[in-house]
Write a protein that binds this ligand. Structure first.
Ligand SMILES: [Zn+2]
Length: 298
């Protein structure tokens, strides 16, 4: 047989854990989701071919050939991005869908078992449960303090970001009893007024690690990788404290890597000598060691 065998995320994680007992399932799952997101965003292998999602999750981003050294897959697993609820083992999905509809019609009460009999697996997607739980909290969240009311009113209506608005945001951010679901809702909507607050804060303090972290979280819901890279690069150039620079470089790497950007590689090019250069090189080596340790999975 030749070509990929398409499997669902859950199936892949299960299979992978069977042969790698010391690996954390959640980490594998997250890595696959990241690789899948990268492929959807058009990230490609260094050679120009599309990513092999399953392999990229455990061996670093690359196509099948670059990761394994083999020209063509031969029964190797690949993640079926299309499967949502069911996992199709056969690639003849039209026939399968007809089969599924037929079974659900005939066996409305025990169709799950019947579907399993023909080789389909029901998916329990835990991350979605968490997402639903958060969505419920966000739905009922309302401002409870004067500062929260001021903030939400600004987020709803916009306008110039005054010192008062920025302070209301920072107060909420650092409060021990902050109304997380209330603010998270605006992040998930990629609310432009929220972005304006973050940019205002960064204009005042371009190397603020927390605001950059917030901007990174915001970028998960907005298409703004270029802007995020710009702000982190600027911060790395401006920061004079070397410990804070190291933290910035690490955050920069962690917060853009999932989107297919290799910040450390870029920083090595920017800082070619001096203390910052040494820090970046050391971080880069540490991460290479870490990735080398996982090596080829299959
Ligand atoms: Zn390649």
């Amino acid at each position: 047989m030749s070509g990929f065998v398409f499997v669902c995320l859950n199936q892949f994680v299960k299979q992978y854990l069977r042969s790698h007992k010391d690996v954390d399932g959640d980490e594998v799952r997250t890595a696959v989701e990241d690789a899948l997101a990268a492929r959807r965003q058009g990230v490609r292998c260094a050679c120009g071919k599309p990513l092999w999602v399953a392999g990229s999750a455990v061996a670093g981003y690359g196509c099948f050939t670059c990761i394994t050294g083999s020209a063509e897959p031969d029964g190797d697993p690949e993640i079926d991005a299309a499967c949502d609820g069911f996992s199709f083992k056969a690639d003849d999905s039209d026939v399968r869908i007809a089969q599924v509809i037929e079974i659900i019609k005939k066996h409305p009460h025990d169709y799950r078992e019947r579907l399993e009999e023909i080789g389909l697996e029901w998916q329990d997607d835990e991350p979605d449960l968490l997402y639903d739980e958060e969505a419920k909290e966000e739905h009922v969240a309302v401002p409870e303090t004067e500062s929260q009311r001021r903030l939400v009113s600004f987020l709803d209506t916009g306008g110039p970001v005054t010192r008062q608005v920025l302070d209301a945001y920072l107060e909420e951010r650092y409060s021990e009893t902050s109304n997380l679901p209330l603010i998270r809702k605006f992040f998930k909507q990629a609310n432009p007024n929220l972005k304006a607050i973050l940019l205002k804060g960064l204009a005042a303090d371009p190397t603020d690690l927390d605001l950059l972290d917030d901007l990174s979280y915001f970028s998960e819901f907005d298409n703004m990788l270029g802007e995020l890279i710009h702000f982190y690069t600027d911060a790395c150039l401006k920061e004079t404290d070397i410990e804070r620079f190291s933290l910035l470089a690490q955050d920069f790497y962690m917060n853009t890597y999932d989107q297919g950007y290799d910040a450390l590689h870029e920083l090595v090019t920017i800082f070619q000598s001096g203390t910052k250069s040494a820090v970046v090189r050391q971080l880069s080596e540490t991460i290479d060691d870490y990735e080398g340790a996982e090596d080829i999975p299959f």
